[in-house]
Design a binder for this molecule. Structure first.
Ligand code: ZN
Length: 74
């Protein structure tokens, strides 16, 4: 389970991280990746995860590890 990361103090899987970004259930997620981005809200580390919110859509989501900031490439 090396793909799991601590986000906002909780250990999350790629699927759970994608759900935090999307705000609802997702179909599939790729492994979590580190980015060299800084959170615009708190300066924390930003993770990215590619996921499929539906069968026809692929989104890359970004999520701060320390606060509730997130965005997608939509
Ligand atoms: Zn943050």
């Amino acid at each position: 389970m090396a793909d799991n990361r601590v986000v906002e103090g909780r250990m999350v899987t790629p699927g759970k991280l994608a759900e935090l970004i999307e705000g609802e259930g997702i179909m599939d997620a790729e492994p979590i990746e580190d980015t060299d981005r800084e959170c615009p809200e708190c300066g924390g580390s930003v993770l990215s995860v590619g996921y499929m919110p539906s069968v026809t859509e692929f989104v890359t989501g970004y999520k701060c590890q320390d606060c509730d900031w997130s965005e997608t490439d939509r």
